[in-house]
Design a protein around this ligand. Structure first.
Ligand code: ATP
Length: 235
């Protein structure tokens, strides 16, 4: 059974239709990727799941319940946490304070174990826990954004362009950690423009173009499909 299932989803911003009736399924404990060029509708889609963007029609089923257009706080409390595009960390707070801010939906007693978990994935954040977030490198800020989402102990982790603006070696490192996070039981939906790297860690991927799904399959199958890679993913 799918943890997340999206049916006939339509999102529009006035006359601009960003998502035009799509179907997506995310099975528990998998990494599912949404790929495609600029303006394909990927961010609109992932942001509708966290409640940041309203949907016009269709359903977003999470554990069988329709969460479309619910309040973002409610969705977060239900176990879906987003690490947003552009990271959106609190620059004036320390690393530790940023992480703590992500734990607002969990019980106080769970917080120490969550810090341990996040510092286990990202030891550099532990080293810098007393430092202002604004002093972190781009890669470290991305780690902090993912760590903050993990502090909410999510069932589903939504990642919007985690590789944006980062050097290739750092991207590889972050993708390895994303895979580890999955292996320890999380379900991950990731939006990316870096298609080739993403397909290497994705169990399943959807390719969007102008608000529609134009291809889907396992990461391995899509990677081997030269035509599709050339047409939509840039080789
Ligand atoms: P990118 O990688 O550039 O973020 P994307 O695939 O995530 O692209 P979206 O950001 O979802 O695509 O954009 C899909 C379409 O919706 C685009 O035509 C975009 O200009 C439009 N759009 C997105 N957000 C808004 C908004 N708040 N108001 C109006 N139009 C919007």
């Amino acid at each position: 059974m799918s943890l997340l299932e999206i049916n006939n989803l339509v999102i529009d911003y006035g006359i601009i239709k960003a998502v035009k009736g799509i179907h997506i399924e995310v099975k528990p404990g998998t990494i599912v990727a949404l790929l495609g060029a600029n303006g394909a509708g990927k961010s609109s889609l992932i942001r509708s799941i966290s409640g940041a963007v309203k949907v016009k029609s269709g359903e977003i089923l999470y554990q069988g319940k329709n969460i479309a257009n619910l309040d973002p706080h409610k969705i977060s409390e239900m176990g879906i946490k987003q690490s947003p595009e552009g990271r959106m960390i609190f620059a004036g707070l320390t690393v530790e304070e940023n992480l703590l801010a992500g734990a607002y939906t969990v019980k106080k007693t769970e917080i120490p174990a969550l810090f341990e978990e996040v510092y286990g994935y990202f030891p550099v954040l532990k080293e810098r826990r007393k430092q202002q977030a604004s002093t972190l490198s781009g890669g470290e800020q991305q780690m902090l954004a993912i760590g903050r989402a993990l502090m909410g102990n999510p069932e589903v982790l939504l990642l919007d362009e985690p590789s944006l603006g980062l050097a290739p070696i750092i991207v590889r490192n972050i993708f390895e950690i994303i895979k580890k996070i999955k292996e320890r039981g999380k379900t991950i939906l990731i939006v990316e423009q870096n298609a080739l790297q993403t397909l290497k860690i994705a169990d399943y991927a959807y390719i969007l173009e102008l608000g529609k799904i134009v291809g889907e399959g396992s990461g391995q199958v899509l990677l081997a499909d030269e035509k599709l890679v050339n047409a939509y993913l840039g080789s």
